[in-house]
Design a protein around this ligand. Structure first.
Ligand code: THG
Length: 648
């Protein structure tokens, strides 16, 4: 893709702007600037709103200045460009229906953003002329005032208004979309998906920068840690820089900047406040000097790979001038992302480059709260099986009784016994699977730390789940039983929402039985997942087994074939993950025997390269805790080593 912004980013450190709200305040604007008048030059919708508002004061609505005082907005941009900014942010922080509704102008989202982008574009073009260096515009979108993960708004509302806002920004000529001050990972996801939708609607692609806000507590406002944030955001190749702004000064941000420097595959964008606010005469004041901010950025750039440096609350053109003096244009030498810098010369919207995929350090999935690596030290990735309407009587009964608290308690139990992920299935005949999934996930979002594996075969259920899960979940599962259409649909979801996927070795002719068949279906699946831009490690191949409990002649080799298929799939595709619903192997047997057979099967599968398993973990026993003879009998069953009685 051709992007002058990315070309410039590849060359060296870029300087963002500083705070704008305080600049407007400093301009001592009269109240009349916060009243929308009916003026001929305004778009019809704005004129309509003006007539309806009838002189009402929209106190504190800086977005309205895009109509009433474009000269002031433009001057603030020019002040920052003149101070050395390479890129400024449009005056559209609150341009969503959620915020604008507080001023009764929620229908003006597109117009407000469009006007903001037009003004910043004009300023950037003027500054490019006057300074002789190319200046850029970031279309800014803020968090709004409602937290989606806490149920204060919903996916459709947030996606729709973010999309309107970003369409306005793109149509108005921005070079990049900047999602900033984000406090909730589901909000981040909605912002990214909205950016993609807006690009399609506008017919123009622009890169995305995401900046989250880390509170002094060490997490985002709703509790996400920095690893969960990075893990989720790295799903999206459209995001070209990841970072932080607001809440604290550079000192408090330093540990997270370090984390991003060590782990992020994307350049880092940091805009701290001018220190923590001090209260003086009922006013928040920020005390960090321009030199202190520049000192911090110099350290961030030299040690942690910061590539975009700016300021947030309390920073001024004087701060930006000092930061520019120190770090502007510096070659990128630090930060893990520098290893994949070539990406920025050859940027692709659909795919992470191979370099970027290989550089990815946070190989795993995440919940709203935490990152969970696929590779677990001394263990396999444990997926709790009991939160499943098909797999647990207790779950089924609580679902029928709509006992959401009990269902949440059950998930807590799985976490408590060591499950890294929770496999959730709400398919229950006579009930609405999608509605149950959404209700349950809303509760899990607030009470369960572990990431979710969405266990459903229905595309609508999977999509609804993805719209309600912050972080990066795993979809369970796809297969080719009904051909390729549904598989394509679900892989499209992985790309759109950011998710990993489990793929079963089932094709149009049914469940693969031989090693060769299982391996062939796996290879066919991987062609698809790669086509949809999924890194191999985000694919879990499930080579499935039939139960050995039936005693059917046909299935005697089922477990061996599964184990050998896993070995071969791992050998051919070392980065791919493998998974099994282990308890399947023992359906129909007595509970005590199931414990042994499951444990034996799991151990041999692990030795063959199995990386993950859906299990009832408290019922898995290690070989050392099982009577040797009993273990041997179960092994013989798995490996189909029948001993026949001598016929005399
Ligand atoms: N592969 C993938 N996903 C899967 C499976 C798989 N999801 C569903 C299933 N198989 C894995 N989950 C379970 C859950 C429970 C049981 C088996 C597999 C189980 N339950 C007891 C039973 O049915 O006898 C009931 C226990 C109870 O009622 O408490 O065995 O293979 N990708």
């Amino acid at each position: 893709m051709n992007s002058p912004f990315l070309d410039r980013l590849a060359q060296g450190v870029m300087i963002f702007d500083g705070a704008t709200g305080t600049q407007y305040q400093a301009a001592n604007l009269p109240d009349s600037d916060f009243v929308l008048q009916d003026r001929e030059e305004y778009p019809e919708s704005v004129r309509l709103a003006a007539r309806r508002l009838d002189g009402k004061l929209l106190d504190g609505c800086n977005e309205i200045l895009n109509f009433t005082r474009p000269d002031v907005v433009e001057q603030v941009h020019l002040d920052y460009f003149n101070a050395g900014s390479d890129i400024v942010e449009t005056n559209s922080f609150g341009s969503t229906s959620i915020v604008l509704a507080e001023y009764e102008i929620e229908e003006l989202v597109y117009e407000t953003s469009f006007a903001a982008a037009t003004i910043a574009r004009r300023a950037a073009d003027k500054a490019t002329q006057s300074t002789g260096e190319q200046k850029f515009v970031a279309g800014g979108v803020g968090p709004g005032t409602k937290l989606i993960s806490l149920g204060q708004t919903d996916w459709e509302t947030l996606l729709a208004t973010y999309t309107d806002s970003i369409r306005g920004l793109i149509d108005g000529g921005v070079d990049v979309v900047l999602l900033e001050t984000l406090q909730d990972l589901l909000m981040v996801k909605a912002g990214i998906v909205a950016s993609k939708d807006a690009m399609v609607a506008c017919g123009r692609q622009v890169p995305i920068i995401v900046q989250v806000t880390m509170e002094q507590t060490g997490t985002m406002l709703v509790g996400s840690d920095i690893a969960a944030a990075l893990n989720m955001i790295e799903c999206f190749p459209e995001v070209v820089a990841i970072g932080m702004n607001c809440a604290t000064g550079p000192d408090e941000m330093a540990p997270f900047v370090r984390f991003l420097g060590e782990n992020s595959t994307r350049p880092i964008s940091i805009q701290p406040n001018a220190g923590l606010p001090m209260m003086e005469k009922g006013q928040a004041v920020y005390k960090l000097t321009p030199e202190q901010l520049a000192d911090a950025h110099e350290k961030f750039v030299t040690e942690h790979g910061v590539a975009l440096a700016g300021g947030c609350c309390g920073t001024t053109p004087a701060h930006i001038a000092e930061v520019a003096k120190r770090v502007k244009g510096r070659a990128h030498t630090s930060g893990h992302w520098v290893a994949s810098r070539d990406v920025y010369k050859n940027f692709d919207f659909q795919y992470q480059s191979e370099t970027q995929q290989k550089a990815r350090k946070l190989d795993g999935c995440s919940s709203l709260y935490e990152f969970v690596p696929y590779q677990q030290d001394n263990s396999f990735l444990i997926v709790g099986e009991r939160t499943n309407a098909n797999g647990s009587k207790a779950f089924r009964e609580m679902l029928a009784a709509e006992n959401w608290e009990g269902l949440t308690e059950l998930a807590r139990e799985l976490e408590g016994e060591g499950s890294h992920l929770i496999d959730v299935c709400t398919a229950y005949v006579g009930r609405n699977e999608e509605k149950d999934m959404v209700t349950l996930l809303k509760s899990y979002n607030q009470h369960i730390q572990a990431p979710i594996m969405i266990d459903s075969t229905e595309a609508n259920v999977i999509e609804a789940a993805l719209q309600n899960l912050a972080g990066k979940p795993v979809i369970n599962s796809i297969n080719f039983e009904d051909g390729e259409e549904r598989t394509r649909k679900v892989l499209g979801f992985c790309q759109r929402y950011g998710a990993a996927v489990v793929a079963l070795t089932i094709d149009e002719s049914g469940m693969a039985k031989t090693i060769e068949q299982k391996v062939a279906v796996a290879e066919r699946i991987l062609k698809f997942t790669r086509e949809y831009g999924l890194p191999d490690s985000d694919v879990f191949i499930d080579a499935l087994t039939f139960t050995l409990g039936s005693g059917d002649e046909e299935f005697r080799e089922s477990a061996i074939n599964t184990i050998e298929a896993i070995r071969e799939i791992k050998k051919r595709n070392p980065l791919v993950n493998t998974i099994l619903g282990v308890s399947n192997v023992s359906f129909g047997l007595k509970p005590a025997l199931r414990v042994i057979l499951n444990s034996v099967f799991l151990q041999y599968a692990q030795e063959a390269g199995l990386t993950s398993a859906i299990v009832h973990f408290s019922k898995i026993v290690p070989e050392t805790r099982v009577d040797a003879e009993v273990w041997q009998i179960a092994s013989d069953l798995v490996f189909d080593k029948r001993k026949y009685a001598e016929v005399s």
